[in-house]
Every structure is written in C-alpha cells, then in structure tokens.
Design a protein around this ligand. Structure first.
Ligand SMILES: Cc1ncc(COP(=O)(O)O)c(C=O)c1O
Length: 373
C-alpha cells in the first residue's frame, strides 16, 4: 500500500459529474473573464468566511501583492512578518520595494509570537502580516491590540487557513484590513490551477482591489492606478463554487485524521521522540498540514519515501537565511526557534480521504524507523 502526501484524484472522483458540469457551463456560455460565475462564487465565499467583500484573484501570492498595493506601500515602509512561511509571504513585501522585518515564532504553533512584535516596531512600520500557518490562526487578539496601539494595518496571510476559527469563533481572513487566501490545488479548498482571494470589510478598499485586479482601470482604459492582471478565471470560480459545498465535511475529516494520529502516536509512545502539532485552546485548526517535529527528520523522510509514504518539509529555509534576502542584513541564528522548525518539521499525509489503515501504516513505519535507528 502506498500513502501519498495528498490524493487529489480521490477527492475529485465522487464529485466529478458536478464539477465537470460546472466547468462545461462556463465553456458553453464562453464568459471566461469575471462575470456571473465569478460573482456567484465571490458572494458565496464572502458569506462562508464572514466578510462583507471577497474578491477573487489570480493566486494567493497575488492576493498578498494586490493587498499591499492597495495600501500604497512606499519604499521606506516596513512590514513585520514571520521568518517561517512560504516564500510569497515575504516576497510580496519585497516585490513592492518595502522591507520585510522578521519576528520570531512560537515553536509550538509555528506562528508569529505576538510578544516578539512590539520590539520590531519603528516609525517606518506600516503593517503586521501574520500567517495562519498549517491551518491554525495566529494570536490575533494580541496582534490586533498591538496594531491598534501603534495604528498599524493587518494583512492576514490565510493561504493555508480557509475555514479555521480563532477561539472567539471568528474565521481566518476576518481580522485584518485584508485576508489573503490561496486556492492552490494542495490547499483545503483547491482549484484546478492557480487562484486566490482577498477578503475585506472595507467598501472603499474592496473597490480598489477590484480596480487593481484589472490593471487599475475604471472605466476600462482609463487608469486610476497602476494595477495588473490579477483576475480569477471563471472556470476556477466554477470549480471552487462546487467544492465549497464540501469544505466543511473535508475539514471535519482532516480534524478526525489529526486526532487519530495524536492517539496512535501517544499509544505507541512515539511522543517521546516526536513533537505533535499543538492546537491552542478554543481554536479550530483545519489541518492543511499535520506537522510533526523530530531531530531525525531527514532520515525519517527518506525511510518513509522508501516505504511508499509521502511527506514534505514546510519549510527547509527560513527567510533570514534566504539568499535573495541577504540584503536585509540578517544572519544565521537570528531566529533560533524558526530555524529549529526548519530543521525538524515534517508534514505527513492528513488529507480527508486517508483511511485508518493508511494512518496505522504511517505510524507503524515511523515506529519501525525508531526501532532500527
Ligand atoms: C502561507 C502561504 N502564503 C502564500 C501562498 C501563495 O499562494 P499561491 O501558491 O496560491 O500563490 C501560499 C501557498 O502556497 C502559502 O502557503
């Protein structure tokens, strides 16, 4: 038996007819750019997330970029974010010429440690960009307090966190000026290519995002801003519109799978060797990834691969150690907790269609690895 990290075919198979029909409807009506299909999806997902506006864009990376563009970032502006995330988080800031300023994470949750933010604030700080990594919301109560105290904007990188809730019941993407989501195929709500979403409760900024996603022109060919082509495809919206009906159910299955892993690991006493994911009290973690930490990570990954089990390192290099960010002047060792996670973290399969038998095999093989090690 093989256990891949993700099995998109298993997700597609039972809803194939519905999805194919939705795609075919777009093909039949030939309205590929924006239009009714996109609007329908945007209304539905805004209701689901709980924001006034949800604007479909071309990717999660572009959701971050266009949100920062809407805030009119200047070259001297600084944005505080985590050093431990997917590249796009910090890349979006740098691409606009602003400066990413990193603050250490809480290694239990892998998210920004709110206590590390305040001493990074300078007169140039414009915003805080927390990431809800692996599907758990960052410490938004404390982050909101800091943002209010220093009059800073918040842009949430909620790329991995659709449907996750903070302990106060609010969903990812509803806290900041903007919430940025990715529909990359491996996300809990994934499309058939690239797409993303920006959420906001601000009417004016929502309008600005809509203008920016079509080159900044309104009316057409009269450019108010310098935007770009950041539009979501109607075909992707059609796929997502169908998949959104299943998201809650898929999330429940991911949570059940996470619980099963927790129990299996505890029963085998493997918890002496590996650290399990930690969910803060009251939070709804949606487990885009189930990430364990262990010293022997690289050897275990190799062993799992030899045994037909998929796993992945998210992320092997922290931003302070990325070659392209050398100009920021950080050095190795500046963020020991993040750097430790980069060396020890391993995502194992947690997708909704995973069976108990598969999970038992994963845990069994990890046990076997340690008995040989
Ligand atoms: C935390 C994070 N931010 C941003 C992105 C960028 O999203 P996309 O791949 O849709 O551009 C991703 C997705 O890979 C992500 O995981």
């Amino acid at each position: 038996m093989k256990v891949p990290l993700l099995d998109l075919k298993a997700q597609y198979e039972p809803i194939k007819n519905e999805i194919n029909k939705a795609i075919f409807d777009v093909v039949e009506n030939q309205n590929f750019i924006l239009g009714e299909t996109v609007k329908r999806f945007e209304t539905k997902i805004a209701n689901f997330i709980g924001t006034k506006h949800a604007i479909g864009v071309s990717s999660g990376s572009d959701a971050l970029l266009i949100s920062l563009m809407a805030l009119d970032l200047k070259q001297s502006d600084e944005i505080i974010t985590t050093p431990y995330s997917f590249f796009a988080t910090a890349g979006a800031i740098s691409r606009l010429g602003a400066k990413p300023v990193f603050a250490e994470i809480d290694e239990k949750t892998f998210n920004l440690d709110a206590n590390e933010i305040e001493n990074k604030i300078t007169s140039k700080t414009k915003a805080i960009l927390p990431v809800h990594l692996f599907g758990q919301i960052a410490e938004m109560d404390k982050i909101l307090e800091i943002a209010e105290k220093y009059n800073l904007k918040i842009i949430e990188d909620a790329a991995q966190a659709i449907g996750s809730e903070f302990k106060n019941g609010k969903q990812a993407g509803t806290f900041g000026t903007f919430g940025c989501f990715s529909f990359y195929p491996s996300k809990n709500l994934g499309c058939f290519g690239d797409a993303g979403l920006v959420t906001t409760n601000d009417d004016e900024l929502a309008e600005k995002i809509k203008i920016l996603r079509s080159h900044g022109s309104k009316p057409k060919y009269y450019n108010k801003f310098i935007g770009g082509n950041f539009r979501i495809d109607a075909i992707q919206s059609a796929v997502l519109d169908v998949k959104l009906n299943y998201l809650e159910n898929w999330t429940k299955k991911r949570q059940e799978n996470a619980k099963t892993y927790d129990e299996l690991f505890k029963a085998t006493k493997l918890t002496e060797k590996i650290t399990l994911p930690y969910t803060c009290k009251g939070n709804k973690h949606i487990f885009n990834q189930y990430v364990i930490c262990l010293e022997e990570r690289d050897k275990l990954m190799e062993f799992l691969k030899l045994n037909g089990i998929g796993s992945e390192i998210y992320y092997p290099v922290t931003f302070n150690n990325q070659e392209c960010f050398a100009y920021l002047g950080y050095k190795q060792g500046d963020f020991p907790k993040s750097e430790k996670c980069a060396k020890t973290s391993l995502a194992i399969p947690v997708y909704p269609e995973l069976t108990l038998e598969m999970q038992e095999m994963v845990v069994g093989k990890i046990k076997e690895f340690f008995s040989r090690w």
